[in-house]
Design a protein. Structure first.
Length: 430
């Protein structure tokens, strides 16, 4: 019997990550029965781009109960703006429905705790779609840590680089406001904090952080002039803005990159009023583009984390130290990465270096998968729509407790940046 799904938030992520695969690859086990969004134009785009959805019923945000009553879904997929996740997740749980929620589960710790409390009274369960766990390299890191090769984990060093195209795109869009996204320490870094939490089976206890807005906002060094309300499309100062000049010419329309899609957006109208090409130098921006944080875990491990959202290339450097050795890996992607030493060798594999504590090195090559997030997207979709593989060595499909733990770190990072204090998470952490 097919499981019935409704989608709240017909976003680009919803279309590419869930709706298209659901109707094309998982139609034998899944039925798409309803979609809800604030903008009716998004329904039109969905039905034009994915013809299989032409007869799917549509609903506005105040018609959630009507959608449930008419379509009787078994599960809700939440892919709306981050600040709306809590509302849809809780409504679904109160109707005893399962929830597949895009990361982050919500935008602050208090809301995540409320979701956890409602879930405990519901027959429904929450899945948090941390697809980066499914990247084969990241899964191999988990396997190596679990195997005991490096002993007890003592320290994690993780540096993330987000390039000028991807990084600036957050500041073109709704993500640029703390009240919408929780800040990049939640919207983006929850991916990273979840990976560390999962790799080391760690429960975060304390967080201290510093941050700044160095590249974007009115004081950005490349701001052509201090004025609000500009949009990239048709902007007369476009060719004085290096961030946009890098990707366009005088004869072309600016194409704003939509996060995690494989191509730039076209000039086709995608929203009725919302514009994803707001100026990256507007004064309303109230999040940070440069973040450093320290986290202490219940098991004694320590994390050094940093993220920069305006670098020449994209990628990360990871090292996990233990009592008996160290594992290390890195990934660089994007146009700027061509100037760097290769990290993919032997026919497209990324490698992990294992260093025993006293001598030697073992290089472990990990074959790449096709698909987004290093091949993680197709694998998580199989778990979501087909069910989890029963004989895995470890849990990989994230639950609400994982959403809480990643959000609590990201929320503490933002608050610590703002007031300079160490944030204690022990009073509510599970």
């Amino acid at each position: 019997m097919k499981k019935r799904y409704a989608v709240c938030g017909v976003s680009s992520r919803a279309l590419a990550m869930y709706i298209r695969p659901m109707v094309k690859n998982f139609a034998h086990v899944a039925e798409f029965v309803g979609m809800l969004d604030i903008d009716p134009l998004r329904f039109q785009i969905c039905k034009e781009d994915i013809p299989e959805t032409k007869d799917v019923a549509t609903y506005m945000p105040d018609e959630f109960d009507k959608m449930i009553a008419e379509q009787k879904p078994d599960a809700i997929i939440v892919t709306s703006m981050d600040c709306t996740h809590k509302n849809y997740v809780i409504l679904a749980l109160k109707n005893d429905l399962d929830v597949i929620c895009e990361k982050p589960m919500t935008t602050n710790t208090a809301d995540a705790l409320e979701i956890r409390a409602v879930e405990k009274q519901s027959k429904g369960k929450v899945i948090c779609t941390f697809n980066y766990r499914y990247n084969p390299v990241h899964t191999k890191v988990k396997d190596l840590v679990n195997s005991g090769k490096i002993g007890r984990v003592t320290h994690v060093d993780l540096t993330w680089y987000i390039d000028i195209a991807h990084g600036s795109s957050y500041f073109n869009r709704w993500n640029r406001k703390r009240e919408n996204s929780g800040s990049l320490s939640i919207h983006k870094a929850s991916h990273h904090f979840d990976l560390v939490n999962w790799w080391i089976s760690g429960i975060p206890e304390a967080v201290h952080a510093f941050g700044a807005l160095n590249h974007y906002g009115p004081n950005g060094v490349f701001n052509p002039s201090k004025k609000d309300g500009r949009h990239c499309t048709g902007c007369p100062e476009k060719m004085q803005c290096p961030y946009k000049k890098r990707w366009t010419t005088r004869n072309s329309e600016v194409a704003i990159k939509d996060d995690h899609l494989t191509a730039f957006q076209t000039t086709r109208k995608l929203f009725t009023t919302y514009r994803p090409d707001m100026c990256i130098f507007d004064s309303e921006i109230n999040i940070h583009d440069t973040i450093v944080a320290n986290v202490r875990y219940k098991n004694g491990a320590l994390l050094n984390y940093s993220a920069n959202f305006s670098t020449p290339y994209e990628g990360y450097h990871l090292a996990i130290n233990g009592t008996h050795g160290r594992i290390e890996t890195r990934e660089f992607v994007g146009m700027g990465a061509m100037a760097l030493p290769p990290v993919h060798e032997d026919g497209g594999t990324q490698y992990i270096d294992y260093f025993p504590i006293f001598e030697g090195r073992e290089r472990i090559h990990v074959p790449k998968n096709d698909g987004g997030h290093g091949g993680g997207d197709p694998l998580i979709l199989e778990d979501i729509f087909l069910g989890e593989v029963p004989d895995r060595k470890f849990d990989i499909l994230a639950k609400s407790v994982d959403g809480l733990r990643s959000i609590s770190v990201g929320d503490a990072v933002y608050n610590s940046i703002m007031d300079g204090e160490v944030k204690d998470l022990t009073s509510f952490m599970e």
